[in-house]
Design a protein around this ligand. Structure first.
Ligand code: M6R
Length: 612
């Protein structure tokens, strides 16, 4: 959620790389930021509330020349966004710490450290780490060893980077439950919570494992694992480039990412094809033998990824003839679920770092070390992919806007491919049917392109919503998760209260909300449930509700004064959800822009939710 960057440079230019890194990490947390560097054996720290731009303004007032520094962009968990609570946290003008995650035993540690004479100046859980490291450092004057001792006392999740004014060529880092990578430069080294922060300097990374503590110096690093043993972690070359993280000619990353969708979907489909047919090995070398054995599917995810899972159930159950459950990770992990042999556990995550999703994966593995695990993820080197037996990578490219768009459509494509593979292996989908579906799937990028062409029409619709405070989204069948996703997009970036409902549920409660002030958006392709949906929409009109219907060119829905119909491209029922979500994303985007909201960095949210 927060972002960490650090550098051990050969010259005194740590500051620019720290600022560049912070700018690229800002999407992860943006309520305050700060930097600590070592200059002439002095620890200098600058912090500011607000966006990284505020910190840059402050830093521009002076000249900073340090070789070693750490920096942080914060998403508040403990304590309000303020300069005091911003990181780095300093102990005794000597030790500086930046931290992602949550220290669960911080209250006990605070009491202990206070009894040892340490004075606290923030409300954060992080400050205990700086004092704890200082305590051990004062005993033996070795930063690496002090951090190793300090982390043994922490419970919770953390990625930390620590510097000390007396260790002028060194950063010590530790990871437990929060991502951290070491970037390898020429005669210099870097560290970050996300490789993308360091792409201007290197594409060679070492991904730390949980329990690792590393001593990073200019000429290399020493890594100890959770047992304290020195270990070698092989460097990995990242495929990401600095261009992948640039905004191009767009106004916002979200806008760019919506327009990336035809290409992202195409790449995702192509990555699974071999000689014109879908190759089950795209899910991993052992996919065939695993898929053959399974008798049910359990999908686990959060937010948008959960909506993709909900949609997949409408494909997997009828086409692959498998019972399929879909759960929100934060609920699944605490509801004492029954574990059954023969279940394929599917974890869906754009980032592969979502704390609740990872906790569920750990729980499933603990309960049954032989569980069949498949992760659908957009980040090749993420924690989730590294923990999973089978992996399918979505090829969305880097997603920076907090509101997930291209990750969702590529997740849907992956789940449809999964359905086809399960159906093929279980012989519930004939090869003729598989060929027909594959042929349709290959037309998807064009269909999404056509949906994107609705952009100006949707922008013209946005003023009708700009002063609304509430909105309902309705769908039936597989379009219900699309309604949920449309509502999530609108609420997270425009702050209009939006709810997605199964249209058939309307008269069981939410219909009471409908009057002439309540806009109702309906996702209405001409599918097998179109007639049923039409009756539900009549119930809305009968109460004077204003309807905005996203429909097929041959829709049977009648237009009247209170009904606006937005016609989408003709698309097969099976693929409709992947196309129909696109105008809902664009619409939410225009409403948010018109309301003057920060589309890429909505308040209170962060891109990757690495804390519980
Ligand atoms: O990285 P993940 O897919 O695991 O993230 C899950 C959710 O946090 C994420 O989808 C969130 O709901 C998005 N902001 C929605 O746009």
């Amino acid at each position: 959620m927060c972002g960490i960057v650090g550098a051990v440079r050969k010259d005194t230019s740590a500051m620019p790389i720290l600022l560049t890194g912070l700018r690229s990490l800002e999407y992860r947390g943006y309520d305050s930021s700060g930097i600590a560097i070592i200059e002439d054996k002095k620890l200098i720290c600058v912090k500011k509330v607000g966006k990284v731009a505020e910190l840059e303004k402050e830093i521009a007032k002076d000249v900073y020349s340090g070789k070693v520094g750490i920096a942080h962009t914060r998403w508040a968990t403990h304590g309000i966004p303020s300069e005091k609570n911003a990181h780095p946290h300093i102990s005794t003008e000597d030790v500086a710490v930046v931290h992602n995650g949550i220290i669960e035993n911080h209250e006990q540690l605070r009491a202990l450290l206070e009894s040892r004479g340490y004075k606290f100046s923030s409300e954060t859980d992080t400050e205990v780490i700086s004092h704890l490291v200082h305590y051990y450092l004062s005993q033996e004057n070795d930063l690496f060893s002090a951090v190793k001792k300090a982390v043994r006392e922490l419970s919770g999740s953390y990625a930390i980077a620590v510097i000390s004014k007396n260790a002028a060529n060194q950063i010590v880092v530790a990871r437990q439950g929060s991502p951290l990578v070491i970037g390898l430069g020429y005669d210099e080294m870097f560290v970050a919570s996300d490789a993308s922060a360091l792409l201007s300097e290197t594409n060679q990374f070492i991904y730390l494992e949980d329990g690792d503590v590393a001593d990073i110096m200019r000429e290399g690093c020493v890594i100890c694992d959770k047992t304290g043993k020195s270990v070698h972690r092989a460097p990995v070359k990242s495929e990401l480039t600095a261009e992948d993280t640039s905004i191009g000619g767009f106004h916002h990353f979200m806008q760019k990412e919506m327009y990336d969708q035809p290409e992202a979907v195409k790449k995702t489909i192509e990555s699974a094809m071999k000689n014109g047919v879908i190759d089950e090995r795209a899910f991993g070398a052992k996919a065939h033998s695993v898929f053959r054995k399974i008798s049910s599917v359990q999908i686990i995810a959060c937010g948008t990824s959960y909506h993709a899972g909900l949609a997949a159930r409408y494909w997997i159950e009828p086409l692959a003839d498998l019972p399929c459950n879909v759960d929100v990770a934060s609920e699944y992990r605490y509801r004492n679920p029954r574990f059954r042999k023969g279940t394929l556990y599917v974890f869906i995550s754009q980032s592969g770092e979502t704390a609740d999703t990872i906790a569920c994966l750990n729980m499933v593995k603990k309960e049954n070390p032989d569980a069949h695990i498949l992760s659908i993820c957009n980040v090749a080197e993420s924690s989730l992919t590294r923990m999973s037996g089978l992996v399918f990578l979505t090829r969305a490219g880097k997603e920076i806007g907090v509101a997930s768009t291209k990750a969702f459509t590529t997740q849907l494509v992956s789940l449809l491919l999964l359905t086809l593979m399960l159906g093929r292996i279980r012989k519930t989908i004939s090869s003729k049917k598989e060929k027909e579906i594959t042929k349709k799937l290959l037309t998807l990028p064009e269909k999404i392109e056509e949906a994107l062409n609705l952009d100006s029409k949707l922008r013209a619709l946005a003023p009708k919503f700009v002063s609304k405070e509430h909105c309902l989204y309705l769908g039936r069948g597989i379009e219900y998760p699309i309604a949920l996703e449309g509502a999530l997009k609108l609420k997270e970036i425009s702050y209009i209260h939006a709810e997605g409902y199964q249209a058939g549920e309307l008269k069981h409660g939410p219909l009471a909300l409908v009057d002439e002030n309540m806009p109702v958006i309906a996702v209405a392709p001409n599918d097998s449930l179109a007639g049923k949906l039409q009756s539900n929409l009549k119930e809305v009109r009968a109460r004077n509700g204003k309807l905005f219907i996203f429909a097929s060119p041959d829709t049977k829905i009648e237009k009247d004064d209170g009904t606006e119909i937005i016609l989408l491209p003709e698309v097969d029922e099976l693929l409709a959800p992947i196309v129909y979500v696109v105008p809902l994303q664009i619409f939410a985007y225009h409403v948010a822009v018109l309301r003057g909201k920060d589309v890429d960095k909505p308040r209170n949210l962060a891109k990757s939710v690495t804390v519980e």
